[in-house]
Design a protein around this ligand. Sequence first.
Ligand SMILES: [Zn+2]
Length: 159
Amino acid sequence: MTKIDYFQGYPQNIRDQFEPLIKNGEVRSYLLNKYPIGHQINSDKQLYEYANKLKQSFMKKSPPITKVKYVKQKNLIFTALGDHTSISGKHEIRIAVCLKNAPEEMLQMLVVHELAHFQEKDHTRAFYNLCVHMQPDYCDVEVDTLLYQSMVDQDEKLY
Ligand SMILES: [Zn+2]
């Protein structure tokens, strides 16, 4: 089996802290302990309302969101290196369907990331500042979402 480097581009202290969880099969218990319950945002309509509420709270002046939907894809997250496919020009938000079975914080993190792209195209400091403005623990949740990705890759369920 090929070993995936989930923390590519992350500082060594992050690697030292979180790689052992993957290596020792402790990701699920770590995540369950931190996020005991999942969310109930299951339909595209609920997801749209959720995203729109965040947008109204923090980015009222940006153009409206065209569409928000769950899509079938295994890759939940762009990495720190920024390899995700942004379609921000269309003001459309697509969220991996595996996020239905994830903590709300992770769903929020992905929505916040996409919303921030409405304003900042690249992963600049201004971009991350905007993300943290919308979700103060954005960076922690990003790391936890990579851990969750490792579960999805193993076809493991969190809840
Ligand atoms: Zn991005």
